[in-house]
Design a protein around this ligand. Structure first.
Ligand code: ZN
Length: 472
């Protein structure tokens, strides 16, 4: 994504497929199952949080999952994904849902079969969700999201009713790419991402990858005429990178390394991107530096105006560009549709209409076409059903963790005002990062914050922040 010539994609795909096959065959070998059985007495006599106890438990969980899907099914899925992906690219380009519909029906059908293979107690969606957010339950999400929806919809409507005559052109002033890079990276370093163990490159879609806690690679993309893309993108990926970097070295090269789930991962990226880098105290510290670096961008723009601009609430049609207030509505919409299709209460053919109706209900906008509606995300074409909720779980957890850290450490905004992020990072390492995959997401929430994941903290955060910005 960063250095390989485009034409090399075929070779790389072959190499990866070979590696994946070998990894899968080695890991699902009957002998691994026998070894795990032999280790049961050791697991039972070990403390659940000990290295041995965790290693056996987590490896068994992975092994059970990996051996539940028959290889013919995995092959069928892989072929269907490939076909669906290319059909989706065409369908989105041509705004032609009908041509994608049979592929999407196939993907939902395969997802339903995967749920049966993987097994579930209450809801087939639980089995799919568990692939991305181990231990999460559909019933809990339904309550959580209903809370979130009922409490943030009035806030959004109030913001929309208020009207907004702010001039947001500061965001589009030319900001030389080299300077964006310099500023974004300097702050990533100040947030705690060490130069010795990480690097920043450019890719079409920003991501964070790692080859162990001491080799963290993040990417961003640059737009000279819209700097928030690169800056907040860099700091978002910094949050992911700090998580991986903070995983205990003792867990490296074992199944316990890496993040606990997509949701917990996203809680870290959102915490750094939004709770730190979109906060006013952060900019009280950094705005003078920005003014010094690019006076042509900040000319005539007060700190207050800049802060409002980077926190603009708009009813965007596209999820990835959504602000903190509207973002979760994009996710809830997808979650509700996925569950409805899986339950058999909604036909794939009726998805575009259902999508548009929900967009109208939640955000008050209707997509002009399916390319900007039901066809906008790549996920469904890749069979990633059960994935979307993790984005919102991350948002909710980010604030709940932040509040718990603040209760322990004192006023974090005062620290940000002087560019001091170390105490917060230290707390996150201790309570989240170091554990790797030892703890399940709900265990992390409970241990670190003293309560299960709820919508309360996030809703309160939105109300306080955006009532002040919009003078509600
Ligand atoms: Zn992310």
């Amino acid at each position: 994504e960063t250095y390989m010539p485009h034409g090399g994609a075929g070779h790389r795909a072959d190499q990866l497929a070979t590696l994946e096959l070998l990894t899968h065959e080695t890991f699902t070998d009957k002998r691994v199952g026998e070894l795990l059985t032999e280790l049961t007495p050791l697991e039972e006599s070990s403390d659940a949080q000990s290295f041995d106890g965790s290693l056996i438990r987590v490896t068994r969980r992975d092994y059970d999952k990996a051996t539940k899907l028959p290889s013919e099914f995995v092959e069928e899925l892989s072929r269907a994904q490939n076909a669906a992906h290319f059909a989706w690219i065409e369908a989105r380009k041509e705004d032609d849902f009908k041509s994608f519909q049979p592929h999407l029906e196939k993907m939902f059908g395969l997802a339903r079969r995967a749920a049966d293979y993987l097994g579930f107690d209450d809801h087939p969606y639980d089995a799919l969700l568990d692939n991305y957010e181990p231990g999460a339950k559909t019933a809990h999400l339904k309550t959580l999201f209903a809370d979130l929806r009922n409490q943030t919809l009035p806030l959004l409507k109030a913001i929309q009713a208020k009207g907004d005559a702010t001039d947001y052109s500061v965001l589009e002033r030319p900001f030389p790419i080299e300077k964006q890079r310099q500023f974004g990276l300097e702050i990533a370093r100040a947030l705690g991402l060490p130069e010795e163990y990480s690097r920043l490159d450019v890719s079409a879609h920003p991501f964070c990858t790692h080859f162990g806690p001491q080799d963290i690679r993040i990417t961003t993309r640059f737009d000279e005429h819209y700097f928030p893309t690169s800056l907040f993108g860099t700091w978002h990926e910094t949050g992911h990178g700090l998580y991986e970097h903070g995983v205990s070295l003792e867990l490296n090269r074992t199944p316990l390394s890496g993040g606990a789930s997509l949701g917990v991962h996203e809680s870290q990226s959102r915490l750094f991107e939004n709770l730190i880098c979109r906060s006013k105290p952060f900019w009280e510290h950094y705005y003078p530096q920005l003014e010094h670096l690019v006076p042509e961008v900040t000319q005539g723009v007060s700190l207050e105006e800049f802060y409002k601009a980077i926190n603009r609430v708009g009813a965007d049609l596209i999820r990835v560009e959504a602000d903190e207030v509207t973002y979760n509505f994009h996710v809830m919409l997808r979650f509700e549709l996925e569950v409805a299709v899986l339950e058999g209460n909604l036909k794939v053919a009726d998805l575009p209409e259902a999508w548009n109706a929900k967009m109208q209900d939640y955000l008050g906008v209707t997509p002009p076409d399916n390319a900007k509606g039901v066809l906008q995300d790549v996920h469904w074409s890749a069979g990633l059903i059960g994935y979307f909720p993790t984005y919102s779980l991350g948002n909710l957890l980010s604030v709940q963790l932040y509040n718990a850290a603040e209760a322990k450490l004192g006023n974090l905004h005062e620290m940000f005002r002087t560019g001091n992020f170390a105490p917060l990072l230290e707390w996150l390492r201790e309570n989240v990062h170091q554990h790797g995959r030892k703890l399940l997401p709900h265990e992390i929430a409970l241990r670190a914050t003293g309560k299960p994941l709820e919508a309360t903290d996030y809703v309160q955060y939105l109300k306080t922040k955006y009532s002040a910005i919009y003078g509600l």
